[in-house]
Ligand binder design. Sequence first.
Ligand SMILES: NC(=O)c1ccc[n+]([C@@H]2O[C@H](COP(=O)([O-])OP(=O)(O)OC[C@H]3O[C@@H](n4cnc5c(N)ncnc54)[C@H](OP(=O)(O)O)[C@@H]3O)[C@@H](O)[C@H]2O)c1
Length: 277
Amino acid sequence: MFLITGATGVVGRETVRLLVERGARVTAVTRNPHSHFPPGTELVHPTHMAALDGVEGILFSPRATGPLAVGLLDRVRERGASRVVALSAITVQYPAGLARFRRQFQAAEDLATGSGLDWTVLRCADFAANTLAWAGQIRATGTVRGAYPQARTATVDERDIAAVAALALTDPRHAGQTYALTGERALSQPEKVAALGAALGRALSFAETTPEEIRRDMLAAGLPDEIPDRLLGSLADHAREAGPATDTVRRLLGRPAGTYAAWAADHRAAFATGGHR
Ligand SMILES: NC(=O)c1ccc[n+]([C@@H]2O[C@H](COP(=O)([O-])OP(=O)(O)OC[C@H]3O[C@@H](n4cnc5c(N)ncnc54)[C@H](OP(=O)(O)O)[C@@H]3O)[C@@H](O)[C@H]2O)c1
């Protein structure tokens, strides 16, 4: 059985789907007992996940496990698990943004690589799904306001991360590997907005504003400091130097990484007038 932490996140949910599709037994970790997963998926609350028997491999999602992460991998190993796939960030390898965020991911990697389990570390670029944060503005005004328009990153399609996670959980040849998962081409923010416009068949624009204004708006919307700290720190660095673009997805999956344009086309409903809020 595979234990998927962060199962209701964009990576976890798709990893569950792929594993179930392949006939694997899957237990999804969530605080919400009413979460919907493919038939056959079992659910467990995070506070009970370490006590499960029969775990073969675990998807280790640092945000979801939080303080419960300490000791978790030892417990599942003692109960017979052999494999961990840890979600981390590309900034561990290519520093950008505030150091404290990289250190959190490094600490999560250290738990995995020091666990005694066969480990695979997935260092992920910014997820395409992060741009869902633009959906409200696009629906309302057709304009995305943001700082550092020239910041370029090779955003990764989270479905590619899940495909690699499912592969690494089920194929022992990925043990001891650290993979940098990115898209193949770095795009600026206005280029991403243009791709969304192409997907919607509607002209969209990007309006530059100051980092201070973005921070003020985010805090006024009730977001914690951590969100603008994380966003603005990495945008400032990527305005100076584009985020890395790798061919890791292509090497591992035998096909190119999903493009941002394809992601935009598949998710256009979320940005369309009348789309989900
Ligand atoms: N977004 C990015 O650009 C990026 C880049 C690199 C790495 N990552 C990492 O990739 C991992 C997966 O990201 P994701 O977006 O798929 O998932 P996510 O939204 O970060 O979290 C997945 C699930 O974990 C639970 N969770 C979230 N915050 C929690 C908290 N504070 N305490 C307890 N449970 C919490 C929630 O599930 P329930 O409510 O169902 O319990 C949530 O749906 C994360 O660890 C993230 O840090 C993200």
